[in-house]
Design a binder for this molecule. Sequence first.
Ligand code: ATP
Length: 386
Amino acid sequence: MGWWWWKPGLNLSTARRDLLSYSLSSHFSLSCQMPRIAVIPGDGIGVEVVAEARRVLAALDDAETLDLELVDWDLGAERYLRDGIAITEEEFRALADDHDAVFLGALGDPRVPGMEHIKAILLELRFKLDLYVNFRPCVLPLARLSPLARTQKPFRIDTFRENTEGLYTGLGGSFKTGTPDEIAIEKDLHTRKGVERIIRAAFEYAESRGRGRVTLVDKANVQRFVGGLWRKVFEEVGEAYPRISQDSMYVDAMAMDLVRRPDHYEVLVTSNLFGDIISDLAAEVTGGLGLAPSANIHPGQYALFEPVHGSAPDIAGQGVANPIGAIRCVSLMLEYFGYEHLGDRIETGVLASIENGITTPDLVGGKSSTEEVGSWIASYVESAST
Ligand code: ATP
């Protein structure tokens, strides 16, 4: 039976809405007239999934007339290899000053093993625009999508990853390189300001969404100084949120527990490196990397949206990349700019496509192409009226 018989549900039930909608709240959202968004498809599957996310956005625009301006940016490995420069200073300034947000597909190409263009574009945007909140919502919409056999019901885990410090600052160096005595040092930098603001962001989010638990993930038994700072600040900030259960977990125990009982956790807050790792795990237990969106935010100022997955060169160009992570970035972005009901509509479309088996092969039983999934969800959002 074709998908056309299926009548789109027009409204999310409260339970589904709680599960699917991001409800970013005024703490994170940005209100501005006619937001200007730079679209950077980037490399590998980034190009394919962004095309589908744009298709969904265009369909929504046809139905609703959105006040958004999309500006195409041709940045990525191809440009870097062609011109020898990833982004000029002038372009970087224009990206930062003349836009309200960036929508990025993925950056990464085996022909640029030093990742120079990723550092020049993505990491510079995170650092220079101080996008300190890396919000990674992982939603398991249907229990059967989880690789964990014991999973019985839908759930979500929202990770707040510190995005500007830790092991990502590039501080360090090597000595006696190329000799048997070679030394490499990587500095793990954490400031009270950096730690405090990400912990506060996690609590604010939990409070505004009515989430009952915030868990700090660290390795305080080994990283005594860094872990000590995080634990102290977590306790201090947490005092203002007495309604919310608060606990701390070592990252190794958390990796184990995310497999054992993932639905026990609600909001996780952690450092840059642990956040990178733990959110991939959270994405996998909630259906896979291909489903997960993320937002890099400086609240009230600027945001960059990107799927959690990378450029996946192994499947690029084959038409099998799952576009849902990128499509969910669009719904996250719409919520960020205050179009919460339209974000919900995309989420309903995503859920409907999964329920109807219109999925790419990374999801069990999926046989559809990237384009078929994008087109299905686009038709859904266009035909569902508010
Ligand atoms: P990065 O370091 O940029 O995060 P990575 O190489 O670690 O990238 P990804 O590019 O995210 O990892 O991909 C890891 C694997 O997951 C890929 O090889 C691919 O097979 C699979 N994968 C990732 N994204 C998708 C997707 N959207 N659809 C289907 N499979 C995907």
